[in-house]
Design a protein around this ligand. Structure first.
Ligand code: ADP
Ligand code: MG
Length: 304
């Protein structure tokens, strides 16, 4: 069961999610028991090595692909059991998507404004309504002066900002972006993230961004890192003014429903933890040590 109806029910709730891609010769497990909750109005990022399952997760959240097992709910919708027809509605008006490849987001022979109008017209808006909202959205992404330009007449960063306006055309409550700044330089990427933040705060759009950007934790509320098809660690920004530190970023290991947690790879390597570790409760915390380091205290069966 994924849902309960308490007021703080997460907007996105993935529980023990699996995705297995089957090809002729082999099966690839892209998601293996992924748990994730995202609150309504949150702006969060997903990071992780290439192949860790980030795009797979985003495609499932976008309703472009179905998980193999587990639970996934966005708002009131159960994305695993919903009908194809309902998924079409979901993709059209409940979720916006920005791809990394600037060329994939926009229709090359249409102006910026026409690109933003297309999804609205497909959804039944009149030309006049579409025009008005397109102008509003292009103002929001600071590109109203470029509205008549085609994609090849504006820069990569500008194209991504138009793509954000296109994604928000039908006013979806959720915006997903898969490495939207992957092809942009640093300062252009900064501008794109400023636009994301503005839309998140001004329009209360929930935002999930997959990124390779190292400085991401300064720009979002929370960063979740993925490893091998699961969430492994979380970085949360907190005000620590009482301690005179301004803002600090705290790192947590994610504990899943079965009590599993991943020890960060750096720690595994630096502590030389092999296939087993010793776990011991020391007062209010748990100590994890490599197997061979244990002395008599860590091996109760040797005690007399
Ligand atoms: P990321 O976005 O983190 O780089 P992906 O979600 O794209 O990771 O991929 C996760 C794993 O699933 C990888 O091993 C990848 O090769 C595999 N994979 C992704 N898409 C497909 C597909 N359509 N068919 C087969 N394997 C896939
Ligand atoms: Mg990817």
């Amino acid at each position: 069961m994924v849902s309960d109806s308490t007021p703080d029910t997460p907007y996105i709730h993935c529980e023990d999610l699996f995705k297995i891609y089957k090809t002729d010769e082999l099966e690839v497990v892209a998601l293996r028991g992924l748990d994730l909750k995202v609150a309504r109005g949150e702006m969060m990022a997903i990071v992780g090595a290439s192949g860790s399952g980030k795009s797979t997760l985003l495609n499932i959240l976008a309703g472009l692909d179905k998980p193999s097992a587990g639970g996934i709910r966005v708002g009131e919708r159960d994305l695993l059991t919903t009908t194809e027809e309902d998924l079409v509605n979901y993709r059209r008006s409940e979720v916006g998507f920005v791809w990394q490849q600037t060329g994939r987001n926009l229709i090359p022979y249409l102006s910026a404004q026409q690109n933003v109008e297309v999804p609205m017209i497909l959804d039944g808006a009149t030309r006049r309504q579409a025009k008005r909202r397109a102008e509003f959205l292009l103002e929001e992404v600071d590109l109203i002066h470029r509205r008549k330009n085609r994609p090849d007449q504006i820069s990569g960063g500008e194209q991504q900002r138009v793509a954000i306006a296109v994604a928000l055309a039908n006013d979806p409550p959720l915006l997903l972006a898969d490495e939207p700044t992957g092809e942009l330089d640093r300062s252009t990427a900064d501008t794109v993230f400023r636009v994301f933040r503005k839309l998140n705060e001004g329009m209360n759009v929930t935002l999930v961004v997959v990124t390779h950007d190292r400085a991401i934790s300064d720009r979002v509320d929370r960063v979740v890192s993925m490893r091998d098809g699961r969430t492994s660690t979380e970085f949360i920004r907190r005000a620590a003014f009482a301690r005179g530190q301004g803002e600090i970023v705290e790192e947590f290991a994610v504990v899943d429903r079965s009590g599993r947690l991943q020890i960060p790879r750096e720690h595994i390597e630096s502590l030389r933890i092999g296939e087993r570790a010793r776990i011991q409760i020391i007062g209010d915390h748990v100590e994890v040590r490599p197997e061979e380091q244990a002395d008599g205290d860590g091996a109760p069966w040797r005690r007399s």
